[in-house]
Design a protein around this ligand. Structure first.
Ligand code: IPE
Ligand code: IPE
Ligand code: MG
Length: 267
């Protein structure tokens, strides 16, 4: 059997749910995805399985966020984008929304020292203006407190929707045309990407790897433009149960994909 066959077999083995999940996977340090985006899903189901209120799942989710942030930074990831609240999540009961909105306050208070220790910089995308004042303040404070850090960017998508993001970018560009600052012919892929909320991430604006937990296989309005050539990995693990080992397994799966970008397979 050739070497590739061996790798494939190994990959099959680690994806087998009966396999010992404690088995450490050998990652190729030269192929760590620069930008990982995660749709952190399954908090409610995690709580319901334990006969707890849904908000207990959201609380448990924060511990996972902290662990995964440090693990991604240790692996050499450049940008970690986390979907925390979608423009559609306002449809949920007020009690749940209020709880979700209160989370960033305690979260950042306890986590910023660790972020500073790990040289991680906080960033955010989404419509911050619609957030309650205290939530907005907590996010802005964390961005400021970590602004000097030069390591991984921890990018929170809060009140974020991919369609809204594209509409806002189109409005901004249209305004520049009206102001005679821009000619319609100058609106290229590159210029459009720069006008999106992820424009500030520069060369890392597009995720290399998009992970969704909890077994759902849909995009739910996350980074619609940016995922054009991302690799998608769907994990059955509910977000509060997700851990650095699951992350390594998902990156391992990514490393065994062949990214072609419309070209031909690299041998
Ligand atoms: C993801 O978990 C967190 C948010 C969307 C805020 P859910 O709350 O969607 O959990 P499930 O999908 O109901 O299990
Ligand atoms: C997507 O999860 C949003 C976040 C994880 C923040 P949802 O649970 O809101 O998505 P749907 O409703 O199942 O598509
Ligand atoms: Mg969900």
């Amino acid at each position: 059997m050739n070497f590739n066959g061996g790798v494939l077999l190994f990959s099959k083995f680690i994806n087998n749910k009966d396999a010992d999940s404690k088995k450490s996977v050998e990652l190729n340090p030269a192929r760590i995805p620069n930008h990982i985006a995660i749709i952190m899903d399954g908090n409610g189901r995690w709580a319901q399985k334990r006969h707890l209120p849904r908000i207990a799942g959201h609380k448990a989710a924060l511990t996972t966020v902290k662990k995964i942030t440090v693990a991604a930074s240790d692996l050499g990831v450049k940008v970690l984008s986390l979907y925390t609240f979608s423009t559609e999540n306002w449809k949920r009961p007020k009690k749940e929304i209020d709880f979700l909105m209160s989370l960033p306050i305690s979260f950042f208070d306890t986590f910023v020292p660790d972020l500073i220790k790990n040289n991680i910089r906080v960033s955010a995308i989404g419509d911050m203006e619609a957030l309650p004042e205290d939530t907005k303040k907590a996010v802005k404070r964390a961005i400021k407190q970590t602004a000097e850090n030069s390591g991984m960017i921890l990018n929170f998508a809060i009140n974020y929707g991919g369609r809204a993001e594209i509409v806002v970018a189109a409005q901004r560009l249209a305004q520049s045309v009206v102001n005679n600052e821009l000619d319609i012919s100058q609106i290229t892929d590159k210029v459009f990407a720069k006008a999106l909320m992820t424009g500030k991430l520069g060369e890392y604006s597009d995720p290399d790897l998009l992970i969704r937990t909890s077994g759902e296989e849909r995009i739910s309005n996350f980074l619609l433009w940016q995922v054009a050539y991302s690799e998608f990995v769907f994990s059955d693990v509910l977000w509060p149960d997700y851990n650095p080992q699951t992350l390594r397994e998902n990156i391992y799966e990514y490393q065994n994909r062949n990214r072609r970008f419309g070209g031909l397979k690299k041998e």
